[in-house]
Design a protein around this ligand. Structure first.
Ligand SMILES: C[S@@+](CC[C@H](N)C(=O)[O-])C[C@H]1O[C@@H](n2cnc3c(N)ncnc32)[C@H](O)[C@@H]1O
Length: 246
């Protein structure tokens, strides 16, 4: 039995434990991008693009992509570089991100195999931070650490954009959407050679995450000016937040 399978079987185990999450995403790497795009009917790409377009980025920026996965957001960020520092703690995701970097032939991308919550990037070095679909696997405590880390990385007036799958606020959509996440997505994941148990975990994280409200509150409490967006009746929520100058 793999360590991940053991943790999933133990309902008291911490699903926010970083070793568990690394194993989860290591296992999912092969199927993740295709399954998520197929299951969201391409909306995942659209929402990434929409949030990046609201960040008012411009050429020459240093952008940090936290929880970068295999670099799914990069195509939309390339016109604005500068340089891009991508951070992810899954070895398999990082290996795939390195391959994407080679394919794109962009020297200005650095891929770091590190924890986004305690990374080696220089304090006050980022004009912008992006995080797409990474925050649902943060515990409440780690959400606070994440906001602290974003704040550390950003220059004054720097901007952060993040988007996350959420529980729809519109009641007629909520139940069918949750059933879809719980049963259909794992089934499609299995058909595409992923482990259905891993895709079922995404449903569990989404239900606990609910939407970006808590993140919004923590950013506001840390002095950020926050704008919040809801996509497709709340199937995803997003924040664009600006760091106040000291
Ligand atoms: C759902 S994927 C999202 C990938 C990509 N950003 C996208 O838009 O599809 C979440 C990624 O966050 C990474 N991740 C989660 N928590 C992390 C942490 N504390 N530090 C670094 N990476 C983390 C996982 O390894 C995984 O690659």
């Amino acid at each position: 039995m793999s360590p991940n399978t053991a943790i999933r079987a133990d309902t008291t185990a911490d699903m926010y434990d970083s070793r568990f999450l690394q194993g989860l995403f290591d296992e999912m790497q092969g199927s993740y991008e295709f399954v998520s795009t197929l299951c969201s009917f391409g909306f995942n790409r659209r929402w990434r693009k929409q949030i990046i377009s609201r960040m008012n980025l411009h050429r020459g920026m240093h952008i940090c992509d936290l929880m970068a996965g295999t670099g799914e957001s990069w195509l939309y960020l390339l016109p604005h570089l500068g340089r891009l520092s991508a951070v992810d703690f899954s070895g398999n995701m990082v290996a795939q991100a390195e391959q994407r970097k080679q394919r794109l032939a962009v020297d200005a991308i650095t891929v770091l195999h590190e924890d986004a919550l305690s990374n080696s990037l220089e304090t006050g070095s980022a004009d912008a931070v992006i995080c797409s679909y990474g925050t649902k696997t943060l515990s409440s405590e780690d959400t606070t650490r994440f906001v602290g880390e974003v704040s550390r990385l950003l220059k004054d007036n720097g901007i952060v954009g993040l988007v996350e799958v959420s529980v729809p606020h519109w009641l007629p959509l909520r139940l069918p959407y949750l059933l879809y996440l719980r049963y259909v997505v794992p089934f499609i994941g299995m058909l595409l050679l992923g482990n259905p148990e891993n895709y079922r975990m995404l449903y569990r994280y989404t239900v606990k995450f609910a939407n970006c409200s808590r993140l919004q509150a923590v950013f506001a409490a840390n002095g950020f000016t926050v704008e919040r967006y809801s996509f497709f009746w709340g199937c995803a929520t997003a924040l664009v937040a600006t760091k106040a100058p000291k």
